[in-house]
Design a protein around this ligand. Sequence first.
Ligand code: EPZ
Length: 429
Amino acid sequence: MDRIVIRGGNRLVGTIPISGAKNAALPLLIASLLTTDTLTLRNLPRLADVNQLVRILGNHGVEYTIAGKRPGESVDAGQTVRLDAAHVIDTTAPYELVSKMRASFWVIAPLLARMGEARVSLPGGCAIGTRPVDLLLMALERLGASISIDGGYVVAKAPQGLRGAEIEFPKVTVGGTHVALMAASLAHGTTVIRNAAREPEIADLAECLVKMGARISGAGTDVVEIQGVARLGGASHVVLPDRIEAGTYAAAAAMTGGDVLLEGAKPEALGAALDALRAAGATVTVEELGLRVRRDGGEIAPVDVTTAPFPGFATDLQAQFMALMTRAKGRSRITETIFENRFMHVQELARLGARIRLDGDTAVVEGVDKLDGAPVMATDLRASVSLVIAALAARGETTVNRVYHLDRGFERLEAKLCACGADVQRLAA
Ligand code: EPZ
């Protein structure tokens, strides 16, 4: 298994191009199952999760071509993928695939809406806690599907097609909203989703569905209305920039007292994270090409944050912000409200000298004057990258093991950091 070795202490200075968003790319790829025509997706990040999902779609009969690099194109240009789901050959998504990537469960929506049936494995446990799918199934039932569980599989049926309905989520769910949007697009009649997730990735999926012929209004707000259509067609769509990648490098720039232009980053997509970074002492300015984040000489101020659905502080940035807080001048409290077990980075940050105490759903971080390099590992991609951020400011050498977690969600991580002066090296197993 590859490792990454980081020698800390260098300021990050330079430009980091932000890739297409993983969490937008995944539902967009799945949306290809909704049509017999070609869906072209541009600016897809080169990530293990994207490749894995493309393979999963191949299992259902989706044919795809990934365009090679054009002459003169930058190494940072995203990929273009053409997906053609004219012939769906299998409506079953097996355990071996769904258990590796939870988002692949979402294929249930287009398969059910277009083919009238789907048999999709329950995803099972996950490193960041129990992640049930009850609300996704509730949404499909509201749309008229019959749902049963058979041998670890969800069997969803709607032989006469789905019909529009009122869906009110008791809790904000990104996956639930994606599933409801895709399924309702091909249902008979009108669907209203209440308490919908407002994440930018939802609006991006809706924008693509509209290009495919869906009739959707209100995506990006908490009430979304969908008038179902009989069929959807092909489209071409550019994946939006990754706000979590941008927030991660913003935290790294602040951590190292650096000055980094996050090329392509959109300030409005970062929600409360930008306020938290500013409160911690970073200067964030919106420039023509993106967002500039820098921290001059001064200390890192302690800032309390509580994760919340968008536009609140993203749970996917919690670990990275905690890494920053390990060097703050004073005590900060970081409360995780979305997932109940998303603190695995705490013990690993402690190996670098961080002082963090867990108090239920809150991590109490006492800032320290210095961190020291050590071998560390993590169990999910955001936790792994928080260790990279801490290592960039630690004295000496840190080895981050299990790099495959990083490869799931961060494109060319070490190249992007090295281009800004970091000392990061990947060692093959
Ligand atoms: C998406 O997961 C993201 N994944 C996650 O990013 C992200 O952390 C999460 O949204 C929250 O922002 C993708 O977009 C591929 P949810 P999702 O449904 O859709 C509970 C990363 O690191 N819930 O919004 O699975 C659930 O347990 C990943 O890139 C139910 O109770 O998250 C959680 O507490 C990790 N029942 C809350 O809702 C359900 O049926 C929000 O989960 C569904 C969810």
